[in-house]
Design a protein around this ligand. Structure first.
Ligand code: ADP
Length: 636
């Protein structure tokens, strides 16, 4: 076998190995190194370099094989694609290969490495400054890197066959880069999705903003490969330009690489850095404010900076200075907000700028910003709501206190007037008008008495301390008290339906008042000869008290407002009786306070039934019942 043929066989073998390595998914740097070595070993070049195109338009030598001097000089070399473009323009096109003869090199071109030897005296000789480059492409022709060779062993430009094999190496190396990038992209998406999911999960379960923010640091650091994370929330309430900062303390995270930006910026390191810190906070706020409506991010860094349309050069350099001062070389800043409002930002920083922030990272960070914005918005709403509730409670209490004071002030002069009127009547010197005064004084006294009662039962600050009570005994007690009134009006008060020892859980004074109001109304609104029938029993695990009368009844349209303050209904027969319209309002409050219910069924001219349920001392079931038509119900 000729030497040429054996070399070609070696080349094919090496090509086969590279091909196998690519498909067995080994490490990219290793695959490329093998490809470069294969070119050196099999194709008769003393130097082979494989470069990789980075996101910033630079090519970097990832693999170098062959001559030791060349390896030392070329490994890690970075050249801008623009510069290479100039060379490509003057190159001879050899298919996928570009040959740049030394005499066509652009003026002033710089060389990373130039071997030192005398070329052969031959038209086909290889000159030390000649360059042969194969472009490495992805499946759609995008440039992913390049394979360059130098110093052919025979000192001549490569023949057709060598070029063809070199092209095959280039195609395989291109595929290797493409597959590795796809793998990386996939891994990155999985990593970012996991980080975002963790943040969203915490955000949906946790109501405290501080805790949500604290839980964000770890996924942000892990998911975005960030070395430093700062989350800043603007405080709308705070005075001054910056507001307060929340949740940027990351001290709990084990690697200790999280920080409190304002503290670091405002720091204790002296006035000038504090002033600089303040300015940075202003800038951060401004940039986030511009970015939020556009739902965009910015990168501050030596490479891939995207602040040019937002910051002046001085501001940009200042910001970069701060980022570098924090030990980072690139920062991705995403705004956080809700609706039209920008509420803060997340700044992710990395020490190594070369990998840049990928599109996927950018999108995921923006999603985190939106999620955190929602959390901040939600917590603020919650805080505002709580504040409003407190204010309303305070207002309610104030109202109760005021009514209490006014009614007390009314009570004293009324008592005095009433005393004097009684004296006049006793002495028999009272003119007829004194009777009118006396009636009106009694009316006012009833009103004042009921107002004080209503005020007491609706005071939100009055503690509720119920105890087990014998409802049956209380009904009997009230029945006895009102018996005189019933007798006087010739109304029969029947307590036959009261089962003995029905227990309720309640406050004695309140339950007595409730019974008095309901039974009192039954007597008051029942004409002579009628009946008021009382009963107490257990129904559906609750104590039930019923007062059924054969009285004037209530019009259906009056039922819905019957329990409102000062409501006396539309029945003229009811207005003929003395009343304040507060009795049932008091009943309603008491029932509500006790967790009971009250309902009324009535028909005009036939009579009314008031049914009250109250919880029993050991509650074991709750009642749910739909009120029939011509009736009204309050409570649960
Ligand atoms: P008051 O009896 O002082 O007017 P309430 O709040 O106790 O005030 O009652 C409100 C209104 O409901 C009464 O004015 C009356 O029109 C109606 N009402 C209450 N109980 C009955 C009843 N048992 N029969 C008929 N109407 C009643």
């Amino acid at each position: 076998m000729s030497r040429g043929a054996s070399r070609e066989l070696d080349a094919l073998r090496s090509l086969h190995q590279v091909f196998t390595a690519i498909h067995s998914g080994q490490d990219l740097a290793e695959v490329l190194q093998r490809a470069a070595q294969g070119v050196v070993d099999a194709l008769g070049f003393q130097v082979a370099v494989i470069d990789f195109v980075d996101p910033y338009g630079y090519v970097e030598a990832l693999a170098v094989a062959g001559d030791e001097d060349a390896c030392r000089a070329l490994k890690g070399r970075r050249v801008s694609l623009d510069e290479l473009q100039d060379e490509f323009e003057v190159a001879e096109d050899w298919g996928l290969l570009k040959f740049v003869p030394h005499d066509r090199l652009p003026e002033g071109a710089e060389y990373s490495w130039a071997p030192d030897y005398e070329p052969l005296e031959d038209p086909d000789a290889w000159h030390p400054l000649d360059a042969l480059i194969a472009l490495l492409q992805g499946p759609t022709g995008e440039m992913l890197g390049m394979l360059s060779v130098d110093l052919p062993v025979d000192g001549r430009r490569p023949n057709h066959l060598t070029r063809q094999v070199l092209e095959m190496f280039a195609v395989q190396a291109g595929l290797a880069i493409y597959h590795a990038q796809e793998r990386e992209r996939l891994q990155e998406r999985v990593r970012l999705a996991a980080a975002t999911r963790r943040i969203v999960e915490t955000a949906s379960q946790e109501l405290h903003l501080d805790r949500v923010l604290e839980a964000c640091f770890e996924p942000l650091v892990d998911g975005f490969h960030a070395d430093r994370v700062v989350i800043r929330i603007f405080d709308v309430e705070a005075e001054g330009p910056h507001g307060e900062l929340l949740g940027t303390e990351g001290a709990t995270y084990p690697s200790g690489i999280l920080g409190h930006l304002p503290q670091m910026l405002r720091g204790e390191q002296g006035e000038s850095s504090r002033v600089r810190g303040e300015r940075m906070l202003d800038l951060g706020e401004r940039v986030a404010g511009v970015c939020w409506p556009l739902r965009r991010s910015v990168v501050v860094g030596e490479l891939g900076d995207t602040t040019r349309d937002l910051l002046t050069e001085t501001e940009r350099l200042d910001t970069l200075g701060v980022v570098q001062g924090l030990g980072a070389s690139t920062m991705l800043l995403v705004p956080l907000g809700a609706g039209p409002e920008c509420l803060g930002y997340v700044a992710l920083m990395r020490a190594d700028a070369s990998s840049g922030w990928t599109e996927a990272e950018n999108e995921a960070a923006l999603e985190v910003g939106r999620e955190l914005g929602r959390v901040v918005h939600r917590t603020r709403l919650y805080q505002r709501e709580r504040q409003l509730v407190t204010e309303l409670q305070e207002l309610d209490h104030y109202k109760v206190e005021m009514i209490g004071t006014i009614t007390h002030e009314l009570k004293n002069p009324l008592t005095s007037i009433s005393g004097h009127v009684e004296l006049l009547e006793d002495e028999g010197v009272a003119p007829a008008s004194v009777g009118a005064i006396s009636r009106n004084v009694r009316r006012l006294q009833r009103l004042v008495g009921d107002l004080l009662l209503l005020n007491r039962v609706q005071d939100p600050q009055r503690p509720f301390s119920p105890s087990p009570l014998d409802l049956s005994a209380l009904v009997e007690e009230v029945g006895d008290l009102l018996a005189i009134q019933a007798d006087r009006r010739e109304v029969t008060l029947d307590t036959e339906g009261v089962s003995p020892a029905i227990k309720v859980l309640g406050e004695r004074d309140d339950v007595l008042r409730l019974l008095t109001n309901v039974i009192g109304n039954g007597i008051k609104y029942t004409p002579r000869g009628g009946t008021v029938l009382l009963s107490a029993r257990i129904a559906d695990g609750r104590a039930e008290f019923t007062c059924r009368d054969t009285g004037i009844g209530i019009a259906e349209e009056d039922l819905a407002t019957l329990f409102d303050e000062f409501d006396r209904g539309s029945n003229p027969a009811a207005h003929a009786e003395p009343g304040t319209g507060l009795g049932l309002a008091i009943v309603r409050r008491i029932v509500e306070r006790h967790g009971g219910s009250v309902e009324v069924e009535s028909a005009l001219g036939v009579g009314s039934t008031f049914r009250v349920t109250l919880p029993m001392p050991s509650r074991n079931s709750s009642r749910s019942e739909v009120a029939p038509s011509g009736s009204f119900r309050i409570g649960g």
